[in-house]
Design a protein around this ligand. Structure first.
Ligand code: HEC
Length: 453
């Protein structure tokens, strides 16, 4: 859109230099920068000054008609300007552009300019160019043009109207009345110009909303990596990922390790860990998995982040606590297929706690990962329990009954690997497939101390 109104503060009214933003004085010529108010004052002074003297006596026929047309208030101003020829500057036209035209009832140029703008908008929208700079340049250039050509436009318009009127009326009195009627100024005209601009603005918005850029189609092709087999739409990707999550859960229920591992990006630490952990899990438990919610966090052609809420319930085995966990999976493309690259447990909630969610209400698709092997007992043991009690309740389901290792690594000699503080950190924040916040901060401190001594 090109609407630019008011040149004040953009160019110096004395030397024409471009001004700094909000400048009060021109840095080129040092003159005070005019505001819109100043400009009107200047125009007014010029008019009154002219009105006082220097009125050409005995105007010729045509000149008289022009005076009728302009109206008493400004007739001297415009007649003087017109007498100078085409090259005269009109501040009002520069600063007020379309509103000035409307005020002087010159509508055709507004329509022409808006028509040209619409064509330009169409081209810009089709080519998909960022046109901010162009818009400003065109806006300013248009303001300047009105400043330069305003008087000329006005005169041509006046002469045309006068000629028409003279053609249709023969007696002087009627000509005078009709010229006065068609000339002069009009606030309604200002409203009309605002209406035209509003119409243009609406059209322009429509153009930029609905006209597709012809070079847009080429864009995604550049950004998609070559390893990606086809450029999927967001919807396709989400469908593929949901499908993968479903097969993932199926593989877990079938305890099909190879099938499961084919959905994990290989060559990472997590790959080997997951494989080991699942082996243990499959040996110990028969579990039932169900996806309760899938929330896509981000979807790009090469990476998807998805938050999955799932319930895991024990079918056979001992020492497993049914739980609802929230996992964030990061998926990447490998060999043209979506695979799980990384899984982090955000939250784990035991279903035998009070107020546990109803496990019967199941929803669609599926996935899972490794943290589903949850600790056996209370998440937040009551006060008075020793560190050992808490470890028995919370940690052994993953780390083994004698902490000799299970789904998680052995903790028997952990004090030689980490400091007490480091262990506390791990317990509090979790790590890899171990969820954090299993115990309170105090308990974590107690356990860390117990493990290192
Ligand atoms: C849901 C299973 C699970 C539970 C419950 C669990 N862990 Fe872990 N833990 C793991 C896994 C898996 C790892 C390996 C994480 C990694 O490095 O990716 C781990 C790692 C650790 C480590 C670091 C071991 C190392 O050699 O780097 C410590 C220490 C630890 N856990 C302590 C605990 C304690 C204490 C508790 C009980 C409060 C506990 N864990 C409960 C699964 C669990």
């Amino acid at each position: 859109m090109f609407i630019f109104l008011g040149g004040s503060g953009v160019f110096c009214s004395h030397c024409g230099s471009k001004l700094e933003n909000e400048a009060k004085f021109c840095h080129q010529c040092g003159q005070k920068v005019l505001t819109n108010g100043d400009v009107f004052e200047e125009i007014k002074q010029e008019t009154t000054h002219l009105a006082e003297g220097n009125i050409p006596s005995e105007p010729a026929g045509d000149e008289q008609a022009l005076r009728w047309f302009v109206g008493e208030k400004k007739e001297n101003y415009y007649l003087k300007k017109w007498a100078k020829g085409d090259r005269s500057w009109n501040w009002a036209a520069f600063f007020l552009s379309y509103f000035w035209l409307g005020y002087r009832k010159i509508y055709k140029p507004i329509l022409w300019v808006m028509g040209a703008y619409i064509l330009l908008d169409l081209v810009i929208a089709l080519l998909g160019i960022d046109s901010t700079k162009l818009n400003n340049a065109i806006g300013i250039a248009m303001g300047m043009s009105f400043g330069f050509w305003g008087n000329h436009l006005y005169r041509r318009h006046a002469e045309k109207v006068i000629k028409n009127v003279k053609g249709s009326y023969s007696d002087m009195e009627s000509v005078k009345n009709e010229v006065r009627l068609r000339g002069g100024t009009s606030w309604l005209g200002v409203l009309k110009s605002i209406g035209i601009i509003a119409g243009y603005t609406a059209l322009s918005i429509l153009i930029f909303t609905y006209v597709p850029a012809i070079n847009k189609a080429a864009e995604p092709a550049n950004t998609v990596q070559t390893s990606v087999e086809k450029t999927n739409s967001k919807g396709d990707i989400e469908k593929d990922v949901k499908d993968l999550l479903q097969r993932n859960v199926q593989a877990l229920e079938d305890e099909n390790l190879d099938e499961y591992m084919s959905m994990i990006v290989d060559g990472t630490d997590q790959y080997d860990q997951t494989k080991e952990m699942l082996g243990t899990l499959f040996d110990h438990y028969d579990l039932d998995y169900s996806i309760r919610d899938i929330e896509f966090l981000s979807v790009t052609p090469t990476e998807v982040k998805v938050r999955v809420t799932q319930t895991t319930t024990l079918v056979e085995g001992e020492g497993f606590r049914d739980n609802q966990s929230v996992m964030v999976h990061t998926l990447k493309r490998q060999d043209g297929k979506w695979k799980i690259f990384n899984s982090v447990a955000e939250d784990i909630h035991y279903l035998d706690d009070e107020g546990a969610p109803d496990t019967t209400a199941n929803t669609d698709t599926g996935t899972t990962t490794d943290t589903t092997a949850a600790p056996e007992n209370e998440t937040t043991p009551s006060v008075g329990l020793t560190a050992e009690d808490i470890v028995q309740q919370v940690c052994i389901s993953c780390h083994g009954g004698n902490l000799e290792g299970g789904i998680g690594p052995a903790l028997t000699n952990i004090g030689s690997k980490y400091s007490q503080d480091e262990i506390k950190e791990i317990i509090l924040n979790g790590r890899g497939n171990m969820p954090g916040n299993l115990v309170s901060e105090d308990e974590a401190g107690m356990i860390a101390e117990w493990l290192t001594h």
